[in-house]
Design a protein around this ligand. Structure first.
Ligand SMILES: Cc1ncc(COP(=O)(O)O)c(C=O)c1O
Length: 448
C-alpha cells in the first residue's frame, strides 16, 4: 500500500509541477488516446500499480489544466496545495460524514468552518449551514428551507404532505439568474418556468424600479455575482420591498459572496446580509478541490426541518451538530475538511488578498485588451471580463484560436445579444506574469 500511495503522490506532484508549462487544453492526440480505455469489462484482476499507471499515462495528458494558472474559463478556481493535501488526508480517513456520533472529527471541522464562514461573510452567527456539492445544491437546499418556512407559516407541512394541493408559492427571479437556479427550482417542484422575471440593466442587475407587486407566499431569488459580468443585484431595495410583503429573499452568491471578504469589493455586496438565505461555492473562489459549496439559512430550524431525517438505526440523537440534518444527502465525503484547511491556512487576510489579487488581474486584462483596441462589454467590478473582438464570427474565431494556441483558455458567451469572450480570474495560482503572457496571446491571436 505504501509504495502504491507514494508513487501515486509522486505522479500527482509531477502533474502539478508541469501544469504551468504545458498547453492548457489537451491536444487532439491526447483526447484520441482516451479510446484506449474502451476495453472489455475485465474478468481478471489488474495490479493496482498498473491501474494507476493507466490513469496517469492515458488520462493526465487528456485533462484540461484547470488546476493551472492560466485557465480562465467559466468560473473555475484551482486547488490551493493545502486543500489538496487536506483532501488526500481526508480521503485516507474515508469518513462518512453524515453523523457526529460516528465521525466526530469531520463534524467538528465542518462546524468550526461554518462559524468562520459566517464571520467572513458578515452573515448572522445563528445561521444554519449545509455543506453540499456546489452552488446548484446550495441553492436547492436554501430554497427548500424557504419553501418550508413560507408554507409552515400558513399551516402546510410540505415535507410531510408534498406540493399537491399546497398553497402556491410565487417565485421571483432576475432575467439574468443563473441557469442552475432554474434547475434547483424544478427539483423543488416550484417549476423552472413558473417564475416572474424581473427586467435587468446592462450589467444584469435586477432593476429596482421594475419589482412586481407581491401577494401570498413568495421567494425572491437574487444574485451576487452575475456569471458573465460579475454584477450584484441591488440588495437594500430588494430586501426592503420583499420583506415588507413577508417574502423570503435568497442570494445566489456562487462566487460573488466572496466579495464580502475584501475591502476593495465589499461595497458591491451592500445590503446582502439582510436576506434570508445564501448560497456559495468553495470550489470556485476559495480554491478547494471539487465538489464543494455551502448554503446558509438565517432560520436554522427551517433548514433542518427541510433536511433532517430520523430512523431507529441511525444515531441521530446528539447534543452536537449532525451534518446530515442540514443537507440533502446522508452519506457523503468530508468536504468541510478542505474548507477548514483553506481558511486556517489563508486566514482572513489571505482570503481578502486572493479576492483582491484576482480582481486586479481581471482589471489588467480589461485594460490591456482595451489598449489593444478591443471592446470591453462589462463594468469590470469583480473578476469577470467580457471582451468583443468585433463581429460575432471574429470573436468566435479568436476564442477558438486562443483555445488551440494553448497559452491560456477562455470560453465564449453571448451577453445581451453580443458575442463575447469571457475571462474569469478565479485561481490562486495566477500571477502577474501569467496575465501578461495570456494578454499577449489574446492580442496576438486577435491580430491574425
Ligand atoms: C451565479 C451562479 N450560480 C450557480 C452556479 C452553479 O454552481 P455549481 O456549478 O457549483 O453548482 C454558478 C456557476 O458558475 C454561478 O455562477
Amino acid at each position: 500500500m505504501r509504495e502504491l500511495l507514494e508513487n501515486t503522490a509522486q505522479r500527482a506532484i509531477s502533474y502539478l509541477e508541469a501544469i504551468g508549462t504545458r498547453k492548457v487544453a489537451p491536444s487532439a492526440e491526447a483526447i484520441a488516446n482516451l479510446a484506449m480505455l474502451n476495453e472489455r469489462l475485465p474478468d481478471d484482476a489488474t495490479p493496482p500499480e498498473q491501474v494507476i499507471n493507466t490513469l496517469d499515462e492515458i488520462c493526465s495528458p487528456a485533462t484540461m489544466a484547470m488546476a493551472g494558472p492560466r485557465f480562465f474559463g467559466f468560473v473555475i478556481g484551482g486547488a490551493l496545495p493545502v486543500t489538496l493535501a487536506a483532501n488526500w488526508l481526508a480521503g485516507a480517513w474515508d469518513q462518512n460524514s453524515g453523523l457526529y456520533a460516528v465521525t466526530p472529527a469531520t463534524a467538528v471541522l465542518e462546524q468550526i468552518a461554518l462559524g468562520w464562514l459566517l464571520d467572513l461573510f458578515k452573515l448572522p452567527a445563528q445561521c444554519g449551514g449545509a455543506f453540499v456539492t456546489g452552488a446548484t445544491m446550495a441553492n436547492f437546499s436554501a430554497l427548500a428551507a424557504g419553501r418550508h418556512a413560507l408554507l409552515e407559516r400558513i399551516g402546510w407541512n410540505v415535507e410531510a404532505d408534498g406540493l399537491f394541493g399546497a398553497p402556491s408559492i410565487t417565485v421571483v427571479v432576475g432575467e439574468e439568474a443563473h441557469p442552475t437556479l432554474f434547475k434547483s427550482l424544478g427539483l423543488l417542484g416550484l417549476g423552472r418556468n413558473r417564475v416572474i422575471r424581473v427586467p435587468v440593466d446592462s450589467q444584469g442587475r435586477m432593476r429596482a424600479d421594475s419589482l412586481p407587486k407581491l401577494t401570498g407566499p413568495t421567494i425572491v431569488c437574487t444574485q451576487a455575482g452575475n456569471v458573465n459580468t460579475g454584477a450584484f443585484d441591488p440588495f437594500p431595495e430588494i430586501c426592503e420591498w420583499a420583506h415588507s410583503s413577508g417574502a423570503w429573499v435568497h442570494v445566489d452568491g456562487a462566487f460573488g459572496l466572496w466579495a464580502t471578504t475584501a475591502s476593495s469589493t465589499v461595497d458591491l455586496a451592500d445590503g446582502l446580509a439582510a436576506a434570508d438565505s445564501w448560497a456559495t461555492d468553495f470550489h470556485k473562489w476559495l480554491n478547494v478541490p471539487y465538489d464543494s459549496g455551502v448554503a446558509f439559512v438565517r432560520d436554522a430550524a427551517a433548514l433542518s426541518a427541510a433536511m433532517a431525517i430520523t430512523a431507529e438505526y441511525l444515531p441521530t440523537e446528539t447534543q452536537h451538530r449532525n451534518p446530515a440534518d442540514h443537507t440533502p444527502e446522508l452519506s457523503r465525503r468530508a468536504r468541510g475538511v478542505e474548507v477548514w484547511a483553506a481558511i486556517r491556512s489563508l486566514g482572513r487576510e489571505g482570503i481578502a488578498d486572493l479576492v483582491d489579487r484576482t480582481c486586479r488581474h481581471a482589471r489588467r486584462f480589461a485594460e490591456g485588451l482595451r489598449l489593444a483596441g478591443h471592446r470591453i462589454l462589462n463594468d469590470v467590478v469583480l473578476n469577470q471580463v467580457l471582451v468583443s473582438f468585433g463581429d460575432p464570427r471574429t470573436t468566435e474565431r479568436v476564442v477558438s484560436a486562443l483555445q488551440l494556441d494553448g497559452t491560456c483558455w477562455c470560453g465564449g458567451t453571448v451577453w445581451q445579444g453580443e458575442t463575447a469572450m469571457r475571462i474569469s480570474v478565479s485561481s490562486w495560482a495566477t500571477t502577474d506574469e501569467d496575465v501578461e503572457k495570456s494578454l499577449d496571446a489574446m492580442i496576438r491571436v486577435a491580430r491574425r
